[in-house]
Ligand binder design. Structure first.
Ligand code: NI
Length: 173
């Protein structure tokens, strides 16, 4: 078990574009994936991207069972997604209060496309393709943003809907 330190907003590594994974099913990649899961579980997150632990590779993980940080959210299967691409279906948008382990203690209201297909590979190099909506779609887009150096606060349109969890009205988030 290796819980890695999660970099916080302000660390320049979080603004970098990560590079594609070239070699699959390697000891190094399996170790990274294992550490990402250990870290996500330890921090009670819904997802984690490799750049958040200082590894600038296009690897994200996500998965939500019952999560006290997202009490009303539907469950999302545990997924490893590498070199992802997202295709937006339709033009419907949805807004959700997002949080991020790199922006601890804060939440912000972000609107994103509500219906997507994502494609990529798992850690063994197996092709993944999945059509999702709702919370699942939000989690995938949030994590994939990290691979392009984008943190959710830069996607908030109304900055009055951003702040510390403890200050925001509990019924709104
Ligand atoms: Ni995040």
């Amino acid at each position: 078990m290796a819980v890695r330190e999660v970099l916080r907003i302000g660390n320049p590594a979080l603004l970098e574009r990560a590079i594609d994974v070239v070699d699959f099913d390697t000891e190094a990649l399996h170790g990274l994936v294992s550490d990402l899961f250990d870290t996500m579980v330890a921090e009670n997150g819904a997802g984690l991207a490799a750049p958040q632990v200082g590894v600038l590779q296009r690897v994200v993980i996500f998965g939500v069972q019952e999560n006290s940080r997202y009490a009303d959210a539907e469950s999302v299967p545990e997924t490893v997604l590498i070199n992802p691409e997202i295709e937006v279906l339709g033009d419907s948008m949805q807004g959700m209060w997002e949080g991020c382990l790199s922006v601890p203690g804060m939440r912000g209201y972000v609107e994103r496309p509500s219906h997507i297909i994502y494609r990529g590979f798992d850690q063994f190099g197996k092709l993944i393709e999945c059509e999702v909506q709702g919370f699942h779609a939000v989690v995938v887009q949030h994590e994939c943003d990290h691979l392009d150096g984008i943190l959710y606060p830069s996607r908030i349109q109304d900055m009055s809907l951003f702040g510390f969890e403890e200050e925001l009205a509990a019924e709104d988030i």
